[in-house]
Ligand binder design. Structure first.
Ligand code: B4P
Length: 190
């Protein structure tokens, strides 16, 4: 059976992590969040985590080879998965090309890139709101949040064209209740 490999895309705070929780349950997929994987390395105080923390706390992207290696390891640990939700990955063209290389070689390509569109004002509001309780250094400071959004616009947003050229890009309104947005995603996947 064809694997349901989906890229959930959007700027910081668009709701990728939030929506992934529902989609993995509904479709029995494996969740691959590079943000979560990096935060686990930080918690473990591994050399990789120590290097990543400095970049993440400033709102900068972590080097491509680090996140590509993490994704490769996780995929190899789940060879029998029905499919993967890629959450927060790829974030650069080099990451997208590496992912295509890993998946296409196995005949299990990305089937769709679903992009959650949310205005910047709402993103800042959500992230500051999460910062009050999450303890995440990158959600507390408006200058860091702005840098994350700038990084997204410069390095990540161009991936819309990358997946668009493959006929896989689909934009969805990311404003509304969490349930509304889940329903939009389910309709798009269906
Ligand atoms: P991520 O962990 O991917 O974080 P994110 O962009 O903040 O998350 P997301 O969009 O998932 O937001 P969420 O659902 O949680 O990245 C963090 C950092 O890790 C990056 O800045 C970078 O440094 C590094 N990194 C990760 N991947 C990388 C890669 N591939 N390459 C290089 N570096 C990488 O939602 C946010 C908030 O909004 C929550 O509080 C949520 O409750 C709320 N919310 C969600 N949906 C809502 C709705 N419909 N209405 C109102 N609020 C909502």
């Amino acid at each position: 059976m064809k694997k349901l490999n989906i890229v959930l895309f959007g700027p910081p705070g668009a709701g990728k992590g939030t929506q992934s929780t529902f989609l993995i349950e509904r479709y029995g997929l494996v969740h691959l969040s590079t943000g979560d994987l990096l935060r686990a390395e930080i918690k473990a105080e591994s050399p990789l985590g120590i290097q990543a923390k400095e970049l993440m706390d400033q709102g900068d992207l972590v080097p491509d080879e680090v996140v590509i290696g993490m994704i490769r390891n996780k995929m190899e640990a789940h060879l029998d998965a029905k499919g993967f939700i890629f959450d927060g990955f790829p974030r650069t063209k080099a990451q997208a090309e590496a992912l295509d290389g890993m998946l296409n070689g196995k005949g299990e390509p990305i089937v769709a890139m679903l992009a959650l569109e949310v205005p910047e004002k709402e993103l800042v509001k959500r992230l500051i709101g999460r910062g009050a309780t999450s303890g995440r250094a990158d959600d507390k400071d408006e200058a860091v949040i702005s840098n994350r959004i700038r990084e997204y616009e410069a390095k990540t947003a161009p991936l819309k064209d990358y997946y668009g050229a493959q006929g896989k890009y689909k934009a969805l309104d990311g404003v509304g209740t969490v349930e509304d947005i889940t329903a939009r995603l389910v309709k798009a996947i269906g």
